[in-house]
Ligand binder design. Structure first.
Ligand code: LLP
Length: 450
C-alpha cells in the first residue's frame, strides 16, 4: 500500500494522517476534504534546502505556488526559508495577503498584464521571469512609468524533451513558453534587455516539464544553460550570475513509481553546473530550482464519501463519490492515475474490482478505473492518495459543485486552512440585471391584476 509521510493504519483499522484519524476528520469537516500532511510538506522543503546546502554554495529553493497555494501554505514556506514562484496576480495577492516577503517572490507567466506587472513592481518582488519580446517592452515601459527598475531572468527553451505527458512538457521548441535557443531568439532577447533602460538582466531560467522520472534531461538542460551563459559572456561581455533551472521532479502516484530522490536530482544538477563553470572558467552562478509537485504532491489525500453504487452487469461496478473532476481535474485532463484505500476499512481485504466515478455530469469524470478495494457501501470513506499537487489549485465549480475544504494535519491536530465553499459563495458574484427583475414583477402584477 502506498503510505507516505505520517500515514498509518491505526488500531481501529482506520487511516491516520498526522496523528489524526481520518474518519474523525470526515465527521468534523465533512467531505470531500483535502487533507495535507504538514510535516511531510516541511520535510520535503528541508530535503531540498539541505541537499542544496550540501552540494552547492549559493542557492535558493523556490516553491512553485501553482501546485498548491493558500495563505497558510505561504506562512509555512516562509517559516521553512523557501522562496516562492507565482504566475498570476491572484497568486501574488495570496502571498502578499499572507505577508510573504516580496523579496523572495519570483514572477512567471507567459501573459502578464499591465496591472499584474504594476502590482509586482509596487510590491518589490525579486525577479520577473520574462517570457516574450512583447513582455520585455511592456515591462520596460511599466517600470519606467512607476519609476522602478525591473530585475529579470529570461526564460529559455533549452530544447530538451523529457518523457512525460505532452501537456506538461514545456522545454521543447514548439512551446508557448520562453525564447528558443536554436532559432536565435534567446540571444536576441539578451540584446534587447541590454538596450532597455528600466530592465536589469540578472540571469536565465528554464523549466523542461513536470512529473519527470529521470535526472538526465534536467542535467542536459543545465549543461545547455551553462553553455548559453558562456556564449553570452563571450559575445556580449557580460557575466550573468543567476541560474534558475525550474521544477519538474516526479512523485509517487502509484506503488511502483520510482522517481529519483531529491538529493540525486540536486547533486547531479550541482555537479553539472560546477563542472561546466570550471571548464568555462565561469564564476559559479547562484543556483535556483522551483519544485512544486515534489513538495506537496505526496502530502495530500482527497477524502470522499461513497454514494451511489451501480453495477453494469458483466462489465463493471461504478462507485460514485461526492467529488470528482471539480476537485481533481487531473484524471480527466491527463489520464492521471491514483491509488486509493477505504479509510474506515483500511485493513479489510481488497476483494472487489470497482471504478470510482465523480459526481459531475460528464462521462469523463472518472477518478480511478479498475481498482481493487474492500466491499463498499454507501457512507464509506474513500481516500485517494498523493493528491496534494495540482488538485486544489485546479479545482473548479463545474456543475456548481462547491470546492472542498483543506485541512493541515500535524502531531494529532488538524487546522482548517481553507473553508469549504458554501452555496452562498457560489452565487456571491452573480448579478440579476434590473430589467429581468422588472419583467418578473410585471408578470406577477398582471397575474394579480389582469
Ligand atoms: N517552474 C515553472 C516555470 C513551471 O512552469 C512549473 C510547473 C514548475 C516550476 C513546477 O513544476 P513541478 O515541480 O510541480 O513539476 N497541472 C499539471 C502540472 C503543470 C505544471 C506547470 N508548471 C499537472 O497536474 O500535472
Amino acid at each position: 500500500m502506498l503510505l507516505t509521510g505520517t500515514m498509518k493504519i491505526n488500531q481501529k483499522g482506520h487511516l491516520e494522517i498526522g496523528g489524526c484519524d481520518v474518519v474523525d476528520l470526515a465527521s468534523q469537516y465533512g467531505t470531500p476534504l483535502n487533507i495535507m500532511d504538514e510535516s511531510l510538506i516541511r520535510t520535503r522543503c528541508r530535503y531540498y534546502l539541505q541537499s542544496m546546502e550540501k552540494h552547492y554554495p549559493d542557492f535558493e529553493v523556490i516553491y512553485a505556488g501553482k501546485a498548491f497555494l493558500t495563505k497558510a501554505m505561504c506562512r509555512l514556506l516562509e517559516e521553512e526559508g523557501m522562496s516562492l514562484d507565482v504566475v498570476s496576480g491572484g497568486e501574488l495577492y495570496t502571498a502578499l495577503a499572507a505577508e510573504f516577503p516580496p523579496e523572495r517572490i519570483y514572477f512567471h507567466g507567459n501573459n502578464k498584464t499591465v496591472s499584474e506587472i504594476e502590482q509586482a513592481l509596487e510590491a518589490g518582488i525579486s525577479r520577473f521571469i520574462v517570457d516574450s519580446f512583447s513582455e520585455l517592452d511592456l515591462l520596460d515601459s511599466t517600470a519606467q512609468k512607476i519609476g522602478k527598475k525591473a530585475e529579470i531572468y529570461i526564460r529559455i527553451k533549452p530544447g530538451v524533451v523529457p518523457d512525460t505527458h505532452q501537456y506538461i512538457q514545456t522545454g521543447q521548441v514548439d512551446s508557448k513558453f520562453g525564447f528558443g535557443l536554436s532559432d536565435g531568439q534567446a540571444m536576441e532577447a539578451v540584446e534587447k534587455c541590454l538596450e532597455k533602460k528600466h530592465i536589469s538582466l540578472r540571469g536565465l531560467h528554464c523549466h523542461i516539464g513536470s512529473q519527470i522520472f529521470q535526472t538526465e534531461p534536467f542535467v542536459q538542460a543545465a549543461l545547455i544553460m551553462m553553455s548559453f551563459l558562456r556564449e553570452i559572456a563571450l559575445t556580449k561581455n557580460i557575466q550573468l550570475l543567476e541560474l534558475n533551472l525550474g521544477g519538474g521532479l516526479g512523485i509517487r502516484y502509484l506503488e511502483n513509481d520510482q522517481p529519483p530522490s531529491i538529493d540525486s536530482l540536486i547533486s547531479s544538477l550541482a555537479e553539472a553546473v560546477k563542472s561546466k563553470a570550471s571548464e568555462y572558467n565561469y564564476p559559479l552562478p547562484k543556483l535556483m530550482i522551483e519544485p512544486g509537485r515534489s513538495i506537496v504532491g505526496e502530502a495530500g489525500t482527497s477524502l470522499y464519501t461513497v454514494g451511489t453504487i451501480k453495477d453494469v452487469p458483466g462489465i463493471r461496478r461504478y462507485v460514485s463519490v461526492d467529488g470528482g473532476m471539480s476537485d481533481n481535474l487531473r484524471p480527466a485532463l491527463y489520464k492521471a492515475k491514483y491509488e486509493a484505500l477505504v479509510a474506515n476499512k483500511a485493513e479489510e481485504p481488497r476483494e472487489e474490482l470497482v471504478s470510482i466515478a465523480g459526481k459531475a455530469c460528464e462521462s469523463g469524470d472518472m477518478l480511478i478505473w479498475d481498482v481493487h478495494l474492500p466491499s463498499l457501501q454507501r457512507g464509506d470513506l474513500l481516500a485517494i492518495l498523493s493528491t496534494g499537487a495540482y488538485t486544489y489549485s485546479m479545482a473548479n465549480n463545474y456543475n456548481r459543485i462547491p470546492r472542498p475544504a483543506v485541512v493541515f494535519v500535524r502531531g494529532g491536530n488538524s487546522d482548517l486552512v481553507v473553508k469549504r465553499e458554501s452555496y452562498e459563495d457560489l452565487v456571491m458574484n452573480d448579478m440579476i440585471p434590473k430589467r429581468m427583475k422588472k419583467i418578473r414583477d410585471e408578470l406577477a402584477q398582471k397575474a394579480v391584476n389582469p
